[in-house]
Design a binder for this molecule. Structure first.
Ligand SMILES: NC(=O)c1ccc[n+]([C@@H]2O[C@H](COP(=O)([O-])OP(=O)(O)OC[C@H]3O[C@@H](n4cnc5c(N)ncnc54)[C@H](OP(=O)(O)O)[C@@H]3O)[C@@H](O)[C@H]2O)c1
Length: 495
């Protein structure tokens, strides 16, 4: 691939010995290198507390890449980046460490001709975001005339609006907004980028994409796994903050936004933010009526018995944290008025999938439709993970002499023929940071709006104790989630 942008840089990974770096970031870098997408003028400096030599660190990374990368480990490919990986051990709060780092980066600039360009990747617990940014600023490493200095911040970006605003103030005091890349790794997924293409490059979808033809939209992200080893983090987050505030809101904005005036980052983000602004005001009464929360009890996933959330490691036996959320929202603009958007996410559910179902309105009761009153509606399903593709349901005549109409399903699976080898989200996202394109990252006002929304719901829920657990592991969540749609004469499509 030929790219006419200067990609030269040193990527500085804070948290270089952590899980994210081992499982995702280094595999993404190897995969980019494998496809010859990395520039020659490139190096990586990883930072952690554990003490390793460069060689020891490189060997560990090689093992992880061999395990997690989508491309096979080939020595000749690994050798292209191996010697460009460096490791430093110091505590993030230790000034001497930054002095060492600055010196090493200067030396590497000369060796690799990286022009002082940096990508600081904060693959660290959120409490370190502020101290690291502060130290980078204190040591004059945040800006440099004529060089690109970018910073990538992992999720979660704050734990509510107040903490997110505080964090944002600290980061923007050191880096300008166009150099800040707030990660929502969902935006790096292939089918999410495809949503805009499906909508805006197909006449027959875009012309029907409104309240005249669409009955309702359902956005589901379900997991079969429980909280696993993340109990400590999850106890302070829950499904609302872990999934709805970021990933689900991003999906909603892409499905509901107006066509942007251009494909420039800010034009797309401007349209996304208008969706958030158009969401019907969420009052305490609205929350109680239209939002459902749940927590998993014991149950079966496949034929395996699993424990309840309150029995998980690092979880309080009296925990009131929600592991499931379902809600109905309305977007009050000319395109969507009257169309319910149902959103749900949860752990320990019956299947693992992220998908968006667009249910079209039923046909007028004429011709066939007079005789067959149980005709299925047309459905467009955008499958985001694990399968990536599109599923379409239309009505057709059943073969034979009888006049019967049956739903016909057509499916396009993008990643099936490649045996799941479509690019990993982090691969795409790292490459976008190197290019300096922040379209697939969240702008501050998107984060701000989504936190305002999540905080309103949290506040209402805080004042009313739930009765947990209220759904069995392996089910589709609490019965109130089904009732939410049943009241409107609808049901969840578990396609
Ligand atoms: N893991 C994932 O799949 C994933 C997915 C999405 C988002 N995230 C986000 O990514 C971030 C990192 O997650 P993670 O799972 O990789 O965490 P992790 O495995 O706990 O790694 C933390 C890293 O920070 C380093 N560290 C901690 N305190 C330090 C200190 N005082 N000074 C220097 N180094 C220090 C650790 O170094 P030592 O071990 O050497 O002490 C380690 O390299 C978090 O914000 C998380 O929410 C992770």
């Amino acid at each position: 691939m030929e790219i006419n942008i200067d990609l030269s840089c040193i990527m500085v990974i804070f948290g270089g010995t952590g899980d994210l770096t081992h499982r995702k970031l280094m595999s993404a870098i190897y995969n980019l290198s494998y496809q010859n997408m990395l520039p020659d003028n490139f190096a990586i400096v990883s930072i952690g507390r554990r003490v390793f030599t460069d060689e020891e660190y490189r060997e560990q990374i090689k093992k992880s890449v061999s395990k997690y990368s989508r491309f096979p480990m080939k020595d000749e490919k690994w050798d292209e980046i191996r010697s460009k990986v460096y490791y430093l051990d110091f505590d993030f709060k230790d000034n001497d460490g930054y002095i060492k780092l600055k010196k090493l980066l200067g030396d590497l600039d000369e060796r690799y001709n990286t022009h002082g360009n940096r990508i600081y990747y904060l693959a660290v617990a959120p409490e370190y975001f502020e101290p690291i940014v502060g130290k980078l600023k204190f040591h004059g490493m945040n800006t440099h005339k004529g060089s690109k200095r970018r910073i990538v911040i992992e999720k979660p970006f704050g734990k509510d609006l107040k903490s997110a605003t505080y964090l944002n103030e600290k980061i923007t005091s050191a880096f300008s907004e166009d150099n800040i890349y707030r990660i929502d790794h969902y935006l790096g997924k292939e089918m999410i980028q495809n949503i805009m293409v499906i909508r805006f490059a197909n006449l027959f979808f875009e012309s029907l994409w409104n309240n005249k033809y669409i009955d309702n939209v359902q956005i589901t992200s379900s997991e079969m796994v429980g909280v696993e080893s993340r109990g400590g983090y999850y106890e302070s987050a829950g499904a609302l903050k872990d999934m709805i505030q970021n990933h689900m809101f991003q999906l909603l904005s892409l499905i509901a936004m107006e066509p942007p005036v251009s494909l420039h980052t800010e034009d797309i983000r401007d349209e996304k933010i208008k969706v958030f602004k158009s969401i019907e005001k969420v009052t305490p009464e609205y929350v109680m009526e239209n939002m459902v929360r749940g927590q998993y009890g014991r149950g079966k996933i496949g034929d395996k018995e699993v424990v309840a959330y309150r029995e998980e490691d690092k979880v309080s036996p009296a925990s009131n944290i929600e592991t499931f959320v379902a809600m109905k929202l309305y977007i009050q603009n000319y395109r969507w008025v009257g169309v319910p958007f149902y959103i749900r996410t949860g752990k320990r559910l019956a299947s693992k999938s992220t998908e968006i179902v667009i249910q079209f309105k039923s046909m007028e009761k004429l011709l066939y439709f007079k005789e067959f009153d149980n005709l299925e509606p047309n459905l467009l399903v955008i499958k985001i993970q694990p399968k990536e593709g599109i599923f379409f349901q239309i009505n057709g005549k059943k073969q034979g002499v009888e006049n019967r109409i049956i739903p016909i399903q057509m499916e396009f699976c993008q990643n099936c023929p490649l045996e799941n080898n479509s690019p990993e989200a982090y691969e795409r996202l790292l490459f976008e940071v190197m290019k300096g394109d922040s379209t697939l990252f969240t702008r501050w006002d998107e984060v701000e709006y989504s936190w305002k929304f999540a905080d309103t719901i949290s506040e209402v829920w805080k004042n009313k104790q739930p009765n947990y657990p209220n759904y069995d592991s392996g089910s589709w969540g609490p019965k109130e989630s089904d009732e939410l749609l049943k009241r409107d004469g609808k049901f969840w499509w578990n396609v």
